[in-house]
Design a protein around this ligand. Structure first.
Ligand code: C5P
Length: 401
């Protein structure tokens, strides 16, 4: 890949890891221009990064560099992606406010290439509301942010704040370079996970959905520039950064939230495993053991709202709606019926009896069935890959509307 990556190194202990990143990028054929803040040069020498990148390292606004005439403008013109790694709390604040008081911050303001920011700092600093607000602001400006990893920190604390592995940053770089921002300005609402129906104050009915498929769709939509509303039932995974995250418990609650936001949405994806039934009368007190004589406890169930069907009835002309159909037999037939009843644009059908498909796995095998009759079967793919295929199709439909 013949692309030029600008790497801005700021003054955190993880700066030394950037040597490996530069080395990996060079090995993979990228051109690399390294820029360092003064503080970064305390952690790793410009000479190291100059040797690995094979180019002058820019550390000073006022120095002359033989490769560049007006360095902050020339670099901005040359790079295809700007990576700020590690990004300190101070530098994040400067970027969020547009302060341009050294070479790297001035370059950031002049830059028009996509940006990837890799924050790395102590957990308490990372979680500070000011830092989080600054990151949210940068995300709104279109910057990509790779979340720090959790683990042992240089200060001996354990928590979130480590610079992600160099390979993870590298993969993110490749993805951004390949990625189209084809959902920029669109609002995408995704539901995910299992709904929970209370039996009594301590027990509930749920299902095995991990929420992974819906979370992958939310994450992919964020990467493509969408504003994402993630309405999530119970899951065990962390919501992607950058989504408006609305946790819910029951199907009724999920339905109410989604109806509230429906009018704001360009795209709605129903990936949640919504329970079809709820308990008719939720007990106010914890139920006692089953009846001694019959050894039975009979619970009466009543139907839950069909959320997508309810939304489908109020679907705006230019709104794209996507549903899932987990089937065990007559997949295409059953999925087509659901597509009709729920007024969807297309449905993602999967045979949950197949190995590698459905609940709790990291992979899925799906068929995309459209309102216009087209049917596309995809091979076994990661859920990330399936999410990308679903959103490619959404973009095709939006473009034709
Ligand atoms: O009809 P079935 O439950 O198989 O349809 C699955 C699709 O409908 C999924 O997209 C699921 O999120 C959605 N659904 C719903 N409300 C329900 C049941 C399913 O929105 N009560």
């Amino acid at each position: 890949m013949n692309k030029t990556i600008g790497i801005g190194v700021t003054g955190g202990i993880a700066a030394y890891k950037i040597a490996d990143l530069v080395s990996l990028l060079k090995k993979e054929g990228f051109e690399v221009i390294v820029m360092m803040t003064k503080a970064a040069t305390k952690f790793i020498t410009p000479l190291t990064l100059e040797t690995l990148s094979g180019r002058e390292v820019i550390t000073d606004m006022w120095e002359e560099y033989s490769d560049f005439n007006v360095p902050h403008i020339d670099v901005a013109k040359e790079i295809d992606l700007l990576v700020i790694a590690p990004a300190t709390a101070n530098f994040i604040a400067k970027m969020a406010c547009g302060i341009a008081d050294d070479f790297l911050s001035t370059l950031f303001v002049a830059n028009i290439a996509p940006v990837l920011i890799a924050p790395a700092m102590n957990t308490k600093m990372y979680e500070n509301a000011i830092v989080q607000n600054n990151l949210a602001k940068l995300r709104d400006y279109g910057c990509n942010i790779i979340a720090p990893a959790t683990g042992h920190l240089a200060c001996n604390d354990i928590g979130k704040g480590r610079l992600p592995e160099v390979e993870d940053i590298f993969n993110e770089i490749k993805q951004i370079l390949l990625l189209k921002k084809d959902l920029k300005g669109k609002t995408v609402m995704v539901n995910a996970g299992t709904t929970c129906e209370d039996i009594d104050p301590v027990r509930f009915i749920a299902n095995r959905s991990s929420g992974k498929m819906g979370y992958c769709i939310a994450e992919e939509a964020i990467k493509r520039g969408a504003n994402v509303i993630l309405v999530s039932g119970k899951t065990t995974i962390d919501p992607p950064e950058g989504a408006k995250y609305i946790p819910v418990w029951s199907a009724d609650e999920m339905c109410e939230v989604m109806q509230k936001y429906q009018a704001d949405c360009d795209v709605i994806v129903g990936a949640a495993a919504v329970g079809d039934f709820k308990i008719a009368d939720v007990a106010g007190q914890k139920l006692k053991k089953a009846d001694q004589e019959t050894d039975k406890l009979i619970l009466e169930l009543v139907g839950n709202p069909d959320i997508l069907k309810a939304l489908g009835q109020n679907k705006a002309n230019k709104q794209v709606m996507v549903g899932f159909a987990a089937e065990t037999n007559d997949i295409v037939e059953n999925a087509k019926k659901k597509l009709e009843t729920k007024n969807l644009d297309f449905i993602v059908a999967n045979d949950v009896t197949q190995e590698g498909a459905g609940f709790g796995t990291d992979t899925n095998i799906v068929t995309l069935i459209s309102r216009n009759g087209s049917i596309k079967s995809l091979p076994l793919m990661s859920k990330e890959g399936v999410a990308a295929a679903i959103l490619d199709k959404v973009v095709d439909i939006i473009t034709d509307l």
